[in-house]
Design a protein around this ligand. Sequence first.
Ligand code: AMP
Ligand code: MG
Length: 314
Amino acid sequence: MYVSLEQAVAKLQRGEVVAIPTETVYGLAGDARHAPALKQIYALKERPASNPLIVHIGQMAQVNDWVSEFPPLAKKLAEAFWPGPFTLVLPAKAEVSSVVRAGEPTVALRMPAHPVTQQVLKASGLALAAPSANKYTQLSPTTAAHVEQSLGQEVAVLDGGPCDVGIESTIVFVAGEQWQLLRLGMVTLAQIEAVAGCSASHCETVATPKVPGQHVLHYSPATPIQLFDHRADLIAFSKQQSNSAVLLFGEDAPVDVPSFVLPNVAQAAAEKLYETLHKMDALQVKTLLIENPPNEADWLAIQDRLQRASHKLN
Ligand code: AMP
Ligand code: MG
């Protein structure tokens, strides 16, 4: 069910959940201070209660509503990467709902850059928990139509067009003067190092939060995926496996099965990655044959998502 911005805001203020666009992926949003809304997010997604939710804020001043410490290093990173696809995990204030942080002593905060998300945050006056608007472990939605495909027609969706970052945020845990990468995203390790002025530490002296969302099987289409380091091997395999579809990066290649090509620039490829995997999934072939993207720093987040999407539980 599609809703207008005004309807979305009214629903959120009443404690209901609404799928909203962000620049990363569509989020299933609810008031981050309202336990029934948070519980509905977990229930609709069928997400385990042990997997905490990211809290989305509209302004820097809101950080102090959620954290017990905002170390200078975290502030520097927030100033550099917010608004944007970047999440900070920080020590939580005692009063932060244990539902949103899944019992962790930390809370995850992000300030999104999407103009529609910003309008929703501003008009509602709320902070919004908003994990990806799909069933647990499935492929994330990057259009309003993907949300309905995964969560059904009943869920309220605010359509803001296709997401332009296209994969989930980079997540960094900050403890005092140390930081640690918890999830790769399109804000790269090199960009974080440049702002932090130091490399990621192993946080030996700091208890790192568990990262339950980093389940090995995640971000998965329904169709099994096979990854190939060498294009020639993929093409040879596709000749034997006629009930398949192929995904390549950069140049197209002649194959006898349906083929898709993503750009050879990481940002542009990330924008279209999930949309392309959704299309490939819809073909209902037996296997998706995917070329590994270039082995370069810019591509690490895309490699990470493809590895997780292709992981098979034996
Ligand atoms: P998402 O699945 O995109 O909603 O991101 C959720 C992920 O953010 C979790 O799986 C954790 O990796 C991380 N995260 C969220 N909240 C917390 C928290 N309170 N403490 C530590 N990590 C968190
Ligand atoms: Mg998700």
